[in-house]
Structure formats: C-alpha cells, structure tokens
Design a protein around this ligand. Structure first.
Ligand SMILES: NC(=O)c1ccc[n+]([C@@H]2O[C@H](COP(=O)([O-])OP(=O)(O)OC[C@H]3O[C@@H](n4cnc5c(N)ncnc54)[C@H](OP(=O)(O)O)[C@@H]3O)[C@@H](O)[C@H]2O)c1
Length: 217
C-alpha cells in the first residue's frame, strides 16, 4: 500500500511512517523543510516536498497514493490564522486532491473536543473549530474516511493497549506511540471506513480495538 502521510515530520507521523515501512508499505511523508528528509529516510520512509499553505494543490504529492493520512498541525503556539490555513485549509486541500485523483482512503488525526468546539475557550476554540470543520468537510466528501480523535498526547512509551470508542465526549491521555499503532492498523482495516472514534490509553490490544470498530448507528 502506498500511503502519503501529510505533516510527515510530526511526532505521530514519524512513528506511523516507521510502522508502515516496517510492514512493507510504501510510506511517504510530506514535509515542507528539506532538512527533515533524513529523519524520514532513517525510519524507512520516502520524503515528499510540499507546503500545505503555499501549494495551490497537493495533487502532485498525492498522485500514486492508495491512502492519505492528515497528521499535520499548526501547533499550540500558532494563532487562529495558521489554524485556519493548516488544521482546516491543509486538511481540505488534501481532501480535494484525493477526490480529484480518485484516491478513496483518507485517515484523519482529529482531536477530542471536535464534537463540541463551542464548549472550548482560549486558543482551543479556533483549534477545535478548525478540526471540527475539517472533519465535517471530509465526512461530506464521499471519500472512505476514518476520523480518529485522540485525547491529550504524551511521549510516554506505547503500551499497545488502548480504548477506542464511537461514544464521543471523553477526556484522557494517550501516547503518540499508541496513536501511531492505531493509525497503522486502521489503514489496513476497511471495516473502519465511516468511523469517527475517540482514542485513549486503555487495556484492549490495538488490533482487537481497531477490528471491533464500526460506524456509530
Ligand atoms: N497535542 C495534543 O494533545 C493533541 C491532541 C489531539 C490531537 N492532536 C492533533 O494531533 C496532530 C499530530 O500531533 P503531533 O504531536 O504528531 O504533531 P507535531 O509533531 O506538531 O507535527 C505537526 C506537523 O505538521 C507540520 N506542518 C505544519 N505546517 C505545515 C505546512 N504548512 N505544510 C506542511 N506541514 C506542516 C509540521 O511541520 P514543520 O516542522 O514544517 O512545522 C509538523 O511536522 C496535531 O497536529 C494535533 O492537531 C494533538
């Protein structure tokens, strides 16, 4: 499987690219800074250059992909403008490129709270509004989507055990290792198409938790 991970040098993305490369996928990561290429190559991934904000379209980078993953983010230090151009605009550009090229599979890293952005305050409000709108746009796109909404991310070592639930409104941490493991499994599990799920640390093995996912009725 050829997978393009957008935001390829991100902390989750690098872990995901390594897992995909190790299982034999063609793992490509989109980066905007050429100096980050070596870090991708070190985990067996192929760097692809492109800037989500500067590029008019991502079709050149998406071409050849069987699936795309949105793992980019403007980051906590950014203002509302970059949340609009990266967290929302970048995700929408990726959706449009996938639609134009007939790439059906799209896995989104969203966030807890995106089900109720209006409940947020401070810098979380524009962030969650951007994430919620990006998710809505993807869900309406007709693509084969899975939206994964992790809780607060940590750099703790992964446990390989998680809680994945389509009941929204939870709040708990999860390690980036475990998020990456879930995303790798989701990409290879077609029954997760149409699912919007929250993800926390838990006690169910990743594979079992992903295989059990079904779209909420
Ligand atoms: N932090 C949390 O607790 C939390 C909770 C739930 C969900 N999330 C979501 O999870 C996502 C992934 O987390 P993470 O920790 O892996 O993120 P991260 O390490 O901050 O990675 C984000 C990546 O996005 C890239 N990026 C930013 N602007 C770009 C642009 N214009 N074009 C191309 N790439 C661009 C960055 O590249 P540069 O190096 O070029 O800037 C960076 O590699 C976050 O972005 C967030 O939306 C976070």
């Amino acid at each position: 499987m050829d997978v393009l991970v957008v935001g390829g040098h991100g902390k989750i993305a690098l872990r995901l690219l390594g897992l995909l490369a190790a299982r034999g996928d063609r793992a490509r990561g989109l980066i905007r800074k050429p100096e980050q290429a070596a870090a991708l190559e070190a985990v067996g991934a192929i760097p692809v250059l492109g800037d989500l904000e500067a590029a008019a379209s991502l079709e050149a980078q998406v071409k050849g992909a069987d699936a795309v993953v949105f793992a980019a983010g403007a980051g906590p230090g950014s203002g509302a403008a970059r949340k609009a151009t990266v967290d929302l605009g970048g995700a929408v550009k990726l959706t449009e490129a996938a639609q134009a090229l007939g790439v059906r599979r799209y896995v989104m890293i969203s966030s807890i709270g995106a089900d109720r952005p209006e409940a947020a305050s401070g810098s979380m409000l524009p962030y969650l509004e951007a994430k919620a709108e990006a998710d809505r746009h993807l869900i309406a796109s007709g693509l084969d989507y899975t939206v994964i909404r992790p809780g607060a991310l940590t750099d703790d070592p992964g446990t390989g055990r998680v809680r994945l639930t389509t009941e929204l409104g939870g709040r708990a941490p999860v390690s980036r290792d475990d998020v990456a493991a879930v995303l790798a499994e989701v990409l290879h599990t077609p029954s997760t198409i149409g699912v919007v799920a929250e993800l926390f640390s838990g006690d169910v093995p990743v594979s079992e938790a992903v295989q059990a996912l079904r779209p909420a009725q």
